[in-house]
Every structure is written in structure tokens, then in C-alpha cells.
Design a protein around this ligand. Structure first.
Ligand SMILES: NC(=O)C1=CN([C@@H]2O[C@H](COP(=O)(O)OP(=O)(O)OC[C@H]3O[C@@H](n4cnc5c(N)ncnc54)[C@H](O)[C@@H]3O)[C@@H](O)[C@H]2O)C=CC1
Ligand SMILES: O=C(CO)COP(=O)(O)O
Length: 443
């Protein structure tokens, strides 16, 4: 959501908060911590263990009931994936392979599909349920027979107690509004969404939006996880075909919940690590998309790898400074996890943001991003262009534009105020660190 400057109020470190949400949240937090301690006591196994090894093990006092009666369906966690794009479909596949192996989860994974009619006249949901394949967003890959596509959002979430949010970030506010009062009180959520909202009160991370709108705890999972990669002239559905990669779970307080998510996503080829830094992990995933747009401009202008590496370095520095200025709790070490430098590298080398920005620069900025996105991505969505605008809004309202020359320039190129070549001319300028006192320590 984009608001004119006049509507802006002061930014705070918890900018999405509102009184009414606070009450729901407090009650739900209490409910959640009570219920989750019970359910964790009942279900949790020691984290990071191989699910195959755990199945059927004798219980110790620290890993209670969970394995003593795996058939007790009333105690199993039910997972719903909200989203079914390129990454959403891969996430559903990953999760579904694990719910079949882990006795603490129901086998079935429900996947909410934003319904559309295919050129054949069939509904996408019907085709997914008939062929077990998301023919539009992840063609050629079987999702697992236990993935059930559901076009009805409320129905998809109603029985779930673990919700995985993975839609383009621009749709999340509407989705959350539709879900208010519709999710169970003991729900745990995780967001795989890279992006943020800019609201009247200031910037709002998507996990915070989910937490506050739905009154649930929300972790995040980010990382170097391009679902589709072009390798030589061949499309490789990288993670879906089970090539090794890594991801980072960011959690706020409860390590046991984080371990539950780690367990749900981990496979021998997908290694997941948990860190206590929700904002750091989420901002890494969000901001690297802006740097990827800059990297695409460099590619489109054929400036070479040295220039691209310089842009990536400057971008990483701005990612860190911006994250720490917004949330002083963000840890330096987070930038060295998969969600940080690794995701920055993979997206700047092979992502959709890079690819479309390259085409934009090749066309001298004469074709709009919307046009190029529709033609090149066929329904998939870019996050970097809108994130650049959202970051720019934050910077201009805080008086920080000169502190972030790369972020600022990316937005100005995207909206046509500057030519693509400005990416090097402007980014190489030294940021004026004197404008914000604490900025020096963050650069
Ligand atoms: N694709 C990738 O490689 C990765 C994507 N991500 C992140 O995951 C999130 C989701 O991306 P993808 O799954 O790749 O999606 P996508 O970009 O492939 O697909 C777009 C999705 O949006 C849905 N959609 C279209 N209009 C809608 C509306 N009005 N309301 C709700 N949904 C609508 C479409 O049905 C489709 O499922 C994004 O934040 C992205 O940055 C994260 C890691 C990797
Ligand atoms: O987030 C991603 C990789 O981790 C996907 O990036 P793109 O949207 O640029 O493809």
C-alpha cells in the first residue's frame, strides 16, 4: 500500500502495531504459549534430527508422546501452504515429502491456489488435483499425492495449525484481511515472502503484518533458494529436482517452534538453520531483490563482472545499514547466513529480478517493468521493483536518501527519472554518513 507523504506519521520500531491488534495479539500470545507448551511437550522431538531415524524410536522424557502413538490423529499438526506460485509449489512439495515421513504431522498438505482459468478452459486447481502438477507455475514436477489444491482460502486454513505464507508480498494485506478471525487460536505461522509494506505508521515487515492481523506468532524462512534456474540454455527447476541448497529460519523467542519449522522443511538436500533474528533474516530476503535489480542493469549494459561485484558489495552494505537503522536488534552474523550473502549472490546471478532488469536496461528503459514482467514471467511476479519503491518511501520520509545512493538510484531508474547507466554513476558516490548519527557504526 502506498501513501502520500502527508499521511506519514512517525516511524517506530514496531510500526504495524495498533491497539486493537495488540489486544487480540496479547490474548492469542497467551493462548499460544499455553497451547504451544502443551503441544510441544506432546509432539516435539529433539530438533535437527533425521526424521527417518526418529520414526519409531523409543521415547525419552525430553521427547514425549510424539512417537508413542503416531496414529493419534487429533494430536498431529496440519499444514496449509497459502500460495502456489513458483516457490509456493516447491515449498508445498518439500513439506509434503516430510509430512509423509514425520508422524507428528498429518500427511495431507493443503495448498491455497489463487484460482485462474488456463488456456484449455480448465481451472488451475482442478488440473493440479488431477495431475499432481502445478502446470502453470512449476510445470514438469510432481508435488506429491498428499498435496491438495484448494481455491477457497478460508476452507484451506480452517483446520490448519501450521500456516506457511508464500505469495508475492503485494497480495498479503488483502489475504490477511480475509483471514482475520478465520484461523485457529493455536496456529503457528511462517512467512517465505520477500518484501515489505509501507503503511501510514512506517515500514512493516510481512511477518509483522501476519502476526498483528491474525494474532499469531510468525517466523520467517529465507535463503538462496531460486526455484527455477537457467543453467546454460536449459531450465533447471533447482530445488524441486533436489539439488543441494540452504535456507535460514528467523525466529523471535521460541527456539522449539523454530525447530519445528526446521524439521518440516529440512531434507538431506535442503539444509535449514535457525537464527534468533526475524527482522534481520526478513530484511535480507527483502532488500536483496533491490540489489538484484541493480545487478540486472549492470548486465543489461554489459559492464562486466567487476562492476557487478562492486554493485553487489555496495548493495550488501546498504542492506546491512538499512536493516540496522530500522531495527537495532539485527545481528551482523545474519548477513553471513544463507538468507544474507548467499541469497544476494544467487539472485544477482540467476533470479527473475535480475533477468527482467537486464531486459529493461537493454531496452534503454523504454519498456516498463510491468510490460516486461508480463511478457517474460507469464504470471510470476517481481518483488524488487515494488520493494525499491517501498524502500525509497521510507528513505525519503526519514530524510535518509543520501545515505543510500544505490537503493535510491534503483528506484529512480525504475520509474524513469534516471537512465539505467546511472546505476554506476550514482552508486559509487560516498553516502553522506553525517546525516544520521548512528549510521557510521552500521556502514
Ligand atoms: N520463485 C523463487 O525462486 C522464490 C520466491 N520467493 C518469494 O516467494 C514469494 C512468492 O513467490 P512465488 O511463489 O515465486 O510466486 P510467483 O511469482 O511464481 O507467482 C505469482 C503467484 O501470485 C498469485 N496471484 C496472482 N494474483 C494474485 C492475487 N490477486 N492475489 C493472490 N495471489 C495472486 C498467482 O496465482 C501465483 O501463485 C515472493 O515473495 C518471492 O519473493 C522466495 C524464494 C525463492
Ligand atoms: O528470492 C529468490 C531467490 O532466493 C528469487 O529471486 P527472484 O524473484 O529474483 O527470482
Amino acid at each position: 500500500m502506498h501513501l502520500p507523504s502527508s499521511l506519514y506519521l512517525l516511524f517506530s520500531s514496531s510500526p504495524c502495531s495498533s491497539h486493537s491488534h495488540f489486544c487480540t495479539r496479547t490474548i492469542n500470545r497467551f493462548k499460544f504459549s499455553f497451547l504451544s507448551s502443551i503441544s510441544l511437550a506432546l509432539f516435539m522431538a529433539p530438533a535437527f534430527e533425521d526424521p527417518n531415524v526418529l520414526e519409531g524410536q523409543t521415547q525419552s522424557s525430553s521427547s514425549p508422546q510424539r512417537y508413542s502413538n503416531p496414529d493419534d490423529v487429533s494430536r498431529k499438526s496440519k499444514v496449509t501452504v497459502v500460495g502456489s506460485g513458483n516457490w509456493g509449489s516447491v515449498a508445498a512439495k518439500l513439506i509434503a515429502s516430510n509430512t509423509l515421513k514425520l508422524s507428528s504431522f498429518h500427511d495431507e498438505v493443503r495448498m491455497w491456489v489463487f484460482e485462474e482459468t488456463l488456456p484449455s478452459g480448465e481451472k488451475l486447481t482442478d488440473v493440479i488435483n488431477r495431475t499432481n502438477e502445478n502446470v502453470k507455475y512449476l510445470p514438469g514436477i510432481k508435488l506429491g499425492k498428499n498435496v491438495v489444491a484448494d481455491p477457497d482460502l478460508e476452507n484451506a486454513v480452517k483446520d490448519a495449525n501450521m500456516l506457511v505464507f508464500v505469495t508475492p508480498h503485494q497480495f498479503m494485506e488483502g489475504i490477511c484481511k480475509r483471514l482475520v478471525g478465520k484461523v485457529n487460536g493455536d496456529v503457528e505461522a511462517i512467512s517465505l515472502i520477500k518484501g515489505m509494506e509501507v503503511k501510514r505508521e512506517g515500514p512493516c515487515m510481512i511477518s509483522t503484518l501476519i502476526s498483528e492481523q491474525l494474532g499469531v506468532n510468525c517466523c520467517v524462512l529465507m535463503g538462496a533458494n531460486i526455484a527455477n534456474e537457467w543453467l546454460k540454455w536449459r531450465l533447471l527447476v533447482q530445488i524441486a529436482v533436489e539439488k543441494f541448497s540452504e535456507a535460514t529460519v528467523g525466529y523471535r523467542e521460541n527456539i522449539e517452534i523454530a525447530e519445528q519449522w526446521v524439521k518440516l522443511f529440512s531434507t538431506p538436500y535442503f539444509i535449514v538453520t535457525a537464527v534468533q533474528d526475524v527482522e534481520g533474516v526478513e530484511l535480507c530476503g527483502t532488500l536483496k531483490n533491490v540489489v538484484a535489480i541493480a545487478a540486472g542493469f549492470v548486465d543489461g549494459l554489459e559492464m562486466g563482472n567487476n562492476t557487478k561485484a562492486a554493485i553487489m558489495r555496495i548493495g550488501l552494505r546498504e542492506m546491512k545499514a538499512f536493516s540496522k537503522l530500522l531495527f537495532s536488534s539485527v545481528k551482523d552474523s545474519t548477513f553471513f547466513e544463507s538468507c544474507g550473502v548467499a541469497d544476494l549472490i544467487t539472485t544477482c546471478l540467476g533470479g527473475r529480478n535480475r533477468k527482467v532488469a537486464e531486459a529493461f536496461a537493454k531496452n534503454g528503459g523504454k519498456r516498463s517493468f510491468d510490460d516486461l514482467e508480463a511478457e517474460m514471467l507469464q504470471g510470476q511476479k517481481l518483488q524488487g521493483v515494488s520493494t525499491a519503491r517501498e524502500v525509497y518511501e521510507v528513505l525519503s520520509h526519514r530524510g535518509w536518501l543520501e545515505l543510500f545512493p544505490l537503493f535510491t538510484t534503483v528506484h529512480e531508474i525504475c520509474v524513469g527519472h534516471l537512465p539505467p547507466s546511472a546505476i554506476v554513476e550514482h552508486s559509487e558516490r560516498k553516502p553522506r554518513l553525517s546525516i544520521v548519527e548512528s549510521s557510521i557504526q552500521y556502514y
